[in-house]
Design a protein. Structure first.
Length: 446
C-alpha cells in the first residue's frame, strides 16, 4: 500500500487512497511539476509479480489511452516504479450503483435517459474503435456533477477489454485467450458464461440492458442466491419483468430492456447507436416499441415495488400479459424465487383443520391418565399403613412424588406419560405382590 506523501516514478506525489478493488487500488496523486490532480490505479504488489496479470494491466492503459471520448475516463500516463500503475483523469463522483442508492431510482424516463445515454455513447465509441469492454457494470460507471447543474457520466475500467481484431492497438499482439470466461457474473452475457471465443459488441449490449434494468428499477436483473443460479437465469433469460418491479414504468423502457437482454445475440440491438435511437424514440418521440425476443422470458409474477399483496378481488393482469409462462417455472426453479406463495399456503382450510384435529390432544384425558397412578399408589400406601406397614406405605407415596418431580424436570410430555405408565405398572405389581404376602401372613397366623 502506498503512503501519503510517497513519490511515484519521481513525478507523482500520493495524496490519499480513493478506493480499493480485488486487483488494484486507486489513489489521488498530484503531479510534482504541474501540481495537477490525477487518479493513479496501481496493481497490487503480489499480483504485479505475475507477468500475465502485469501485461494485461498495462494493456488496459494502452487500450483506454486510445479511446478519446468525453464519457470515457482518459488514461494519460503509465508508471512502473515501485509498482505498475495507470495515471488517469480524476473525477469527483460516485459509482452508478452508489449514486442510485444515495439519490434513489429516477422517477421519470427523462432522468433515466440522462444517466444512461452517455454510457451508450461511451461504449459505442469504444466499439467503433474495435474494443469490447466485457466488464460493464454499475461499479465501472462514474456519476459526478456536470455543467449547468447537469450530470457528468464516464465509463472506466477496460481491464479485460477485448480487441475485436485480436491485435493489440499498439504492439499487434493478442489481448485475450479464446474460451476464457471473464467479467462480472451478474452482468455477463449468455455467450460469455458459455466461454464463447466469438464475443462481439452485442455482448456489451446485454450488459447495458442489465444496467438499464437496474437504473430504471433499482434492482439487479439476474440477482440470485448463488452464481450457479445467476448463470442459469442468464442463459435461460429468466428475470422479473421491469414493469412488475416498478409500477407504471414507461413501456418504452421495458421493451428496450427486454430486447437488450435477449438470449440470442441476433435478437438484441446490433449496436449502441441503434439502442440509443430506439430508446429515445420509444420514450420521447412516440416511436414503435421493439418486438419482444423469442428466447427471453421476463417473469411477471412479482408485485410492483411498494404495492400491497393483492386480495382475491383486486388481482389485475400484468401489463405484459401476452408473454408466456416463464421457462424458469417450467424447468423446476424454486417457486419462491418468482414471488409465488410457499407450498401449502393456498390449500383448502379443511385440510388444515383435519391436520390440526389429528395433532390435538384432549387435556382432560391427559389429566386423568396423569392422576391414575398417584390415586392407586396412595390407596395402596394408605392400606399398608392401616395394616401396620408404615414404611412401605410411605415409600409408595413418596416414591410416586419423587418420580413426578423427575418428570417435571424432564419437561417432556411423552416421556412423562411413558415414565408414569411404567411406574404405575411396577408399583401395582409390587403392591399386588406385597398384598399377596400380607394375605398369606394373615392366613398363616389366623
Amino acid at each position: 500500500m502506498l503512503q501519503s506523501g510517497q513519490v511515484i516514478d519521481q513525478r507523482y506525489e500520493v495524496v490519499r487512497m480513493v478506493g480499493k478493488g480485488a486487483m488494484a487500488t486507486v489513489y489521488e496523486v498530484r503531479h510534482s511539476g504541474l501540481h495537477s490532480r490525477h487518479a493513479l490505479k496501481v496493481l497490487d504488489t503480489e499480483l504485479a509479480q505475475d507477468p500475465d496479470l502485469r501485461n494485461r494491466f498495462l494493456a488496459e492503459g494502452r487500450i483506454q489511452a486510445q479511446l478519446c471520448h468525453p464519457n470515457i475516463i482518459a488514461v494519460t500516463d503509465i508508471v512502473t516504479d515501485p509498482v505498475p500503475g495507470l495515471v488517469m483523469e480524476l473525477m469527483d463522483g460516485l459509482q452508478l450503483d452508489v449514486h442510485l442508492r444515495a439519490h434513489g431510482v429516477p422517477s421519470e424516463p427523462a432522468k433515466v435517459l440522462q444517466l444512461f445515454l452517455p454510457v451508450l455513447d461511451a461504449v459505442g465509441a469504444a466499439h467503433a474503435a474495435g474494443v469490447v469492454h466485457r466488464d460493464l457494470k454499475p461499479e465501472n460507471i462514474l456519476v459526478g456533477p456536470g455543467s449547468k447543474g447537469g450530470l457528468l457520466i464516464k465509463v472506466a475500467d477496460f481491464g479485460i477489454a477485448k480487441v475485436l481484431d485480436e491485435a493489440d492497438l499498439s504492439t499487434g499482439k493478442s489481448k485475450t485467450d479464446a474460451g476464457i470466461r471473464m467479467g462480472t457474473v451478474l452482468y455477463m452475457s449468455p455467450e460469455q458464461i458459455r466461454g464463447s471465443a466469438d464475443l462481439d459488441a452485442r455482448s456489451d449490449i446485454f450488459a447495458l440492458g442489465a444496467i438499464l434494468y437496474e437504473t430504471a428499477t433499482g434492482r439487479i436483473a439476474f440477482d440470485a442466491p448463488s452464481e450457479y443460479d445467476t448463470m442459469s437465469n442468464i442463459v435461460a433469460g429468466n428475470y422479473q419483468a421491469p414493469e412488475r418491479v416498478v409500477g407504471g414504468l414507461h413501456p418504452g423502457l421495458g421493451a428496450c430492456i427486454r430486447k437488450a437482454l435477449a438470449v440470442d445475440p441476433a435478437e438484441r440491438f446490433p449496436d449502441c447507436a441503434t439502442f440509443r435511437a430506439t430508446l429515445e424514440l420509444s420514450i420521447t418521440g412516440g416511436g414503435p416499441l421493439p418486438a419482444p425476443p423469442t428466447r427471453s422470458v421476463a417473469v411477471t409474477s412479482a408485485r410492483p415495488v411498494g404495492s400491497q399483496p393483492p386480495g382475491p378481488a383486486t388481482v389485475t393482469p400484468p401489463p405484459q400479459a401476452q408473454y408466456p409462462v416463464p421457462r424458469g417455472q417450467q424447468a423446476g426453479y424454486p417457486a419462491a424465487q418468482y414471488g409465488q406463495q410457499p407450498m401449502g399456503a393456498g390449500q383448502p382450510q379443511q385440510m388444515h383443520q383435519r391436520r390440526n384435529v389429528a395433532q390435538r390432544k384432549d387435556p382432560s384425558v391427559a389429566a386423568i391418565l396423569e392422576a391414575l397412578p398417584g390415586f392407586f399408589l396412595h390407596i395402596f400406601g394408605i392400606g399398608h399403613m392401616y395394616n401396620g406397614n408404615v414404611g412401605k406405605g410411605l415409600a409408595l407415596m413418596f416414591g410416586y412424588w419423587g418420580i413426578q418431580f423427575v418428570n417435571l424436570l424432564m419437561c417432556l410430555v411423552f416421556i412423562g406419560y411413558l415414565t408414569g405408565f411404567v411406574t404405575w405398572v411396577l408399583f401395582i405389581a409390587l403392591s399386588a405382590s406385597s398384598a399377596s404376602k400380607d394375605a398369606r401372613f394373615i392366613n398363616a397366623h389366623s
